[in-house]
Design a protein around this ligand. Structure first.
Ligand code: ZN
Length: 364
């Protein structure tokens, strides 16, 4: 994610902090200082927020490490002011695996709450616990906040974990697409209810309603996409009419080709073999820095992914989304036979949908 700083690595997973997170910390510190007028209060407020996000990080690690048990890697974990985000390379295919991965996060918060509660009772001699988020002691507030994190994330609506739990449970009884549609509709009904309550009561609910509404829509369209692409080989949707460059071409040649057609990224062929990919973004950057006379070989990416014609479209498309590129060269027996691009896959799905007259995929 742009505007994120790496904090470190935990269990081999990069942990990042988004720049806007600093604004939250500064704002909390300032608000506490204004209210209590002491630096100690400001430091305590910031300490609480950092501890809270420590719990959010453990929650995300719960998802990531459970996914790893099923052979799914996590690309990174980013801490945002609205919570954490663990980006898994893919979602589990088995509903029960998705269920465990989704439950692992809230389970971590439940464990933290229980451990802290035991600590609280140990220190206080079994004093009754009040879950006061504002007036309580540090320990009381940490317990309350972990219970809140658990409960909030278990709401049965995308993009919350509870939405995935619901979808996984439904998917054990019906097909994945139908399960996603049902879970998404329920999520949007809930968003509507939150929005309604938000108008008359807590405005924070409006904010949640917005997130749930968007999340449900995105999840539904991602599932439609997967269903539309499953079981179809790459060869049926790849571009077979395309231009290539040589490593010795000047960038001016690439500019000519871009202006002459609609191709964005160009495979670079050296002695009949695929040697690299020149992307439009890299080309523009190089033009601004070095001008048109530098060579394609200086700018092209040598580290790129390829697809095979017989590979299934849904897995190739998932790699296309994850590689941060817009084009995958398609190779058969070390020969370049086509290009798989985001735009073309989109066109393919629209055509399929028009032909079958049922699915209506949406793109964002
Ligand atoms: Zn979660």
């Amino acid at each position: 994610m742009k505007w994120s700083w790496k904090l470190g690595k935990i269990a081999g997973i990069g942990v990042y902090m988004h720049a806007t997170f600093l604004i939250l910390i500064a704002w909390i510190g300032y608000a506490e200082w204004r209210q209590a007028g002491s630096l100690a209060a400001a430091a305590a407020g910031i300490g609480f927020i950092l501890a809270l996000f420590g719990c959010v990080l453990l929650h995300e690690l719960g998802h990531a490490l459970t996914a790893r048990r099923y052979g799914i890697k996590t690309r990174d974990i980013t801490l945002l002011p609205i919570g954490g985000l663990a980006r898994l390379e893919r979602m589990p295919d088995e509903p029960l695996q998705e269920l465990w991965v989704a439950l692992a996060g809230p389970a971590v918060n439940a464990v933290i709450a229980v451990v802290l509660l035991a600590g609280y009772w140990l220190v206080s001699g079994l004093a009754p616990l009040s879950l006061d988020l504002v007036g309580g002691s540090f320990l009381q507030r940490m317990i309350a906040v972990n219970l809140l994190l658990m409960g909030f994330n278990l709401l049965p609506a995308f993009p919350m974990d509870g939405g995935r739990v619901l979808r996984a449970l439904l998917a054990t009884r019906m097909d994945y697409l139908k399960a996603t549609r049902t879970a998404a509709s329920l999520g949007q009904a809930m968003a509507f209810l939150f929005g309604f309550l938000g108008f008359f009561g807590n405005p924070f609910l409006l904010f949640i309603a917005f997130f749930v509404w968007i999340g449900a829509g995105q999840e539904a369209s991602a599932a439609e996409m997967r269903a539309a692409l499953g079981g179809i080989p790459v060869s049926r949707a790849m571009v077979t009419d395309f231009r290539t460059l040589s490593p010795h071409d000047p960038l001016a040649r690439a500019v000519e080709l871009i202006l002459a057609g609609s191709q964005q990224d160009f495979p670079v062929i050296d002695n009949g073999r695929l040697a690299g990919v020149l992307t439009r973004a890299d080309l523009l950057l190089a033009l601004a820095r070095q001008g048109q006379s530098s060579l394609v070989s200086d700018v092209m990416r040598r580290d790129f992914q390829v697809a095979e014609p017989s590979e299934m479209l849904d897995t190739a498309f998932a790699r296309l989304q994850n590689c941060g590129c817009r084009t995958l060269p398609v190779e058969s027996r070390n020969q370049l036979v086509g290009l798989l691009t985001m735009d073309n896959v989109g066109e393919f799905v629209l055509i399929q949908a028009a032909l079958s007259g049922v699915a209506k995929p949406a793109f964002r």
